[in-house]
Every structure is written in C-alpha cells, then in structure tokens.
Design a protein around this ligand. Structure first.
Ligand SMILES: Nc1ncnc2c1ncn2[C@@H]1O[C@H](COP(=O)(O)OP(=O)(O)OP(=O)(O)O)[C@@H](O)[C@H]1O
Length: 280
C-alpha cells in the first residue's frame, strides 16, 4: 500500500471506513480499504468491473458485515443492519433500480420516510390525530422532495410508468426521504442519455448544497471528474490511489487498470464510460 492512498480530506468526517475487508470464501472482494467522506464533500469511487465497489458499498450500509474493519458515521460505529444504518443517517440507491413499481411516485417517497416517523403500528391502525398529523407532515415533506428532484408533476403516476432517468431520480428522492447525512449513489447515471446525465449532475450538486455528503460509484468518468472533490480507485479490492482529478488521471496504475483509453477520453472532456459491458 502506498502513501498516496491515505485520506486527503481536511473536512470533518461524516462517514469513515477503516481497514474494511470483505471475503467470500477464498475471494477477497474488498481488501483493507480506508475511505473518509467529509462534511460538504462529493467523493467518487471508481474501478473496473468486479473491483469491489458495490461490495464496499454493501459493507458501508450494513447489507454485509465486513470480515474485518470498522465503519463509523459521525464517530459512532454503525450497527450491521441496513435499517439501523438508514436510521443513523446513511441512505443509498442501488445499481439495479429498486422501486415499488406498482405504487405511485409519492407513495415510493413516503416509504422512504418511515425511519423518520414516530407513529407506531397501533397509531396507524387507530388513525388517531397523532397519526393524521404525522401523515400530513410526511406527505408535505415527500412533495417537497419531489419538487426538489423535478418529479412533483408525476406524484400520482405509477413508478413503473416513469421513463428510466426519472426512475433513477425517484430512487434518489426516496433515499433523501430518510433525511440522511450522507448519500451513497451506486451508478446513478447508468442507462441515462447525456442530457439526463447532466441533469443528474445538477441534482447531485444541489443535494450537496443541502449539506448532505455524497459518495458515488460511477463508470462515467466525465460525470465523476466534473462532480467529485476526491476520487478513490479500487482495483481487485484494493484502493490503489485517492486524490483529485489530476492525481487520479495521471496515475500510471489507474491507466494500466483501465488500459488507458477511458481516462484519456475524460481528460479531453468527452463523455466516456469504463467497464460497463457486464453491469447490472
Ligand atoms: N455475494 C457474493 N458472493 C460471492 N462473491 C461475490 C459476492 N458479491 C460480489 N462478489 C464478488 O466480489 C467481487 C467484487 O464484486 P463487486 O460487485 O463488488 O464489484 P464492482 O466493482 O461493484 O463491479 P461492477 O462495476 O461490475 O458493478 C467480484 O469478483 C464478485 O464476483
């Protein structure tokens, strides 16, 4: 491990992974990875197919219990259960869209709010004043989020009827409904056209401006380098380099990992992707 893999942020840590290892039998999918996302930061995570990016995300969000290492959120070690991780303040989207297809857009966002509502089962069954007040507040907040994500006019549409780019936006709106301090995006622009990708960029900046730190996995290098304050590169489970756009683009090991072309394309400002052939 070389010294340039050390965290370079001076921002106050929000999410911190230390020495995270994830083994599946004899395969080490994530190998001793340290990564910090600080307040107000957008951090990128890139790497060729099978590098361990999604597995690392799963370790950060309690879907997997890391074989070794710790993950802390604002200084507290996270419990290895997804709903408790969400409750703590970490939200995520998935590489493969996971919406409730037969529910409306608004209902999907309301589902995302359940970790932030105090009304229990009996309150819901009895539908007393407390429940009605909480429900009205939730709907109002959900509508604000749909407005923020540009989906307010689709609130009553079924999720399955949205175009692909809007489904991805809805996933983000639902993740934001849990009022996170950090948002993890797993390939948010996969399948988007260039116009949708640019709109997604604007949305990510706007989320950061709300005070939510962001960690994003993407194969679209232009998207990553336009957005991110720092980018970490995983290759075969190991973080080989972490730094700003220039540091990453000029690192020989990164160029070798990608066989050169994609990163050079990004440096020239053309939209390019790397290693997407067997995604999803
Ligand atoms: N549940 C699992 N059981 C066994 N092996 C797994 C499991 N999940 C992932 N792997 C393996 O771990 C390695 C890392 O996979 P992972 O999906 O994390 O990579 P990735 O960088 O996200 O790839 P991509 O860019 O294609 O999404 C791969 O070799 C994969 O086959």
């Amino acid at each position: 491990m070389t010294t340039d893999t050390a965290p370079t942020t001076t921002a106050k840590p929000v999410l911190q992974a230390s020495g995270v290892v994830m083994r599946f039998g004899g395969l080490t999918a994530v190998n001793n990875v340290d990564l910090t996302v600080g307040e107000g930061e957008i951090v990128g995570l890139i790497g060729p197919n099978g590098a361990g990016k999604t597995t690392f995300f799963n370790c950060l969000t309690g879907l997997y219990v890391p074989t070794e290492g710790t993950v802390t959120y604002k200084g507290t070690v996270l419990p290895p259960k997804p709903h408790l991780v969400t409750q703590a303040g970490i939200a995520r989207t998935f590489q493969n869209i996971r919406l409730f297809a037969n529910m409306t857009v608004l209902e999907n966002v309301l589902v995302g709010r359940h970790t932030r509502t105090n009304e229990g089962l009996f309150s819901a069954i009895l539908r007393g004043p407390g429940y009605k007040r909480a429900e009205a507040e939730s709907r109002e907040k959900a509508m604000e989020l749909l407005e923020f994500c540009g989906l307010a006019n689709k609130a009553q549409h079924l999720a399955r009827n949205l175009p692909y780019g809007e489904q991805r936006k809805l996933e983000i709106a639902r993740a934001l409904a849990s009022e996170p301090g950090v948002l993890l995006l797993d390939e948010p622009t996969a399948g988007m056209n260039p116009q949708e990708t640019r709109a997604a960029e604007e949305l990510v900046f706007a989320i950061r401006d709300k005070g939510i730190a962001i960690l994003v996995i993407e194969h679209d290098m232009k998207f990553i380098f336009n957005l991110c304050d720092r980018t970490a590169v995983l290759v075969q489970g190991q973080k080989i380099v972490e730094g700003d756009k220039e540091t990453v683009q000029n690192d020989e090991r990164v160029i070798t990992a990608y066989l050169g072309a994609p990163l050079e394309g990004a440096a020239e400002g053309t939209s390019t992707t790397a290693g997407t052939e067997d995604d999803q």
